[in-house]
Design a protein around this ligand. Sequence first.
Ligand code: FAD
Ligand code: MLT
Ligand code: ZN
Length: 475
Amino acid sequence: LTQERYPVTRLPFSVVSEDDLAAFERIVPGRVITDPEVLEASNVDWLRTVRGCSKVLLRPRTSQEVAHILRYCHERNLAVNPQGGNTGMVGGSVPVFDEIILSTALMNEVISFHSVSGTLVCQAGCVLEELSRYVEERGFVMPLDLGAKGSCHIGGNVATNAGGLRFLRYGSLHGTVLGLEVVLADGTVLNCLSSLRKDNTGYDLKQLFIGSEGTLGVITAVSIQCPPKPRAVNVAFLGCPGFAEVLQTFTTCKGLLGEILSAYEFMDAECMWLVTRHLRLASPVQESPFYVLIETSGSRAGHDAEKLSDFLDQVLSSGLVTDGTVATDQMKLKALWALRERISEALSRDGYVYKYDLSLPTERLYDLVPDLRARLGSRAKHVVGYGHLGDGNLHLNVTSEAFSPSLLDALEPYVYEWTARQRGSVSAEHGLGFKKRGVLGYSKPPEALRLMQQLKALLDPKGILNPYKTLPAQA
Ligand code: FAD
Ligand code: MLT
Ligand code: ZN
């Protein structure tokens, strides 16, 4: 399936032998998995669009074990695919051929938490939702949140530089990650696990690994800044009559809610149709062409409620919003978030999904959706737009009954060329992985690509770390 859809040739890495398995058994005793049934789940991505044929999965517990494994693989010229929760959207988390899967699933210990600074230090395999629970019990929150929180690992989040639902408030992991421990391709342990907010001693090496998608090193531990848990959280779920109104509501909300605004997400009517149809969720508001989810987070409930109520009065009376509902209690809050967070799940139940994750000028964020509906006609089942409007990030998704090469030809390079004309990004937050590695050039100049190739060659001269991913195949 993979090779047909994405033509690629295996590079001349060694093939895992019985001796290699015995060596791994000495490094991680009892944690060398060769059972095909267990391997099956780790060979296929969450979207079930790419599949590898790895014969072995390793489950180290410590950085030292990761270092031993990589030293050995480097020596033997064996390719390695780092894997966290396997929720990645671009086929980066699964092998393309028979790469060894290096899973962080057992590296799930919290190392330390400081309740004055809010600095959390933990192993890379901690599941995001578990970390959220851990810090919330101590009066803090994780600076990131995403629909995959129940499965994704913090190491995977850092490796993909995941954006998600709290980006508008707390910014990128490039700002909130304070330090990393990384094992390089040759087994060197690079300990940059600082907990300092400020540190200008030389180049900030950790930044190289944030968003490097397992191609430059294996992240084994993360130090991350957690903000205090907001005392008051409100969610408003609103219906808007058009995209122009979605934009004006955003402007109004930035003006009237100011510092308490913590999320501004949007979805179109087709997304609502998909979540109500495939997941049996109920829409809490009247049918509208667009919906927005606004979250406020602040320190005083009364103050925030007053601001939110002024804002709602204004948008409802001016007709920017035609219907809406507000939640403050945990249950309803979660139910409103589910409508937005579970769109990707609903889409995957609709058929084959063509996913695009674009950064675009906010005013033009939705233009491509109706344009594609007209272009694709009945060839597509659904063409939908949703995403992190507050961050200028559109998720444009197209579904069809089954994979169709002609539909793909109608989508690509059209979508990428359109995005490049707007000087947008062809990957806002999901990365390039295996499926998008050929499109980097739409958003970066040749000089940047060359420097990336040079950095890869410097850090991983044999190219054993996540081969066939992120960077275009070299001529
Ligand atoms: P994996 O999928 O296992 O791996 C992803 C990549 O990182 C691979 O290239 C892998 O090789 C590499 N990698 C993993 N662990 C390590 C490590 N320790 N060291 C080095 N490399 C490593 N993304 C967003 O940005 N925003 C969203 O809102 C969002 N929502 C999502 C919702 C759903 C329902 C799903 C399924 C996915 C969503 N994603 C989102 C995609 C996102 O990239 C991942 O969910 C997450 O960041 C990946 O973490 P993971 O542990 O599953 O990594
Ligand atoms: C989201 O924002 O829902 C995620 O990035 C996942 C997706 O786009 O499907
Ligand atoms: Zn997203």
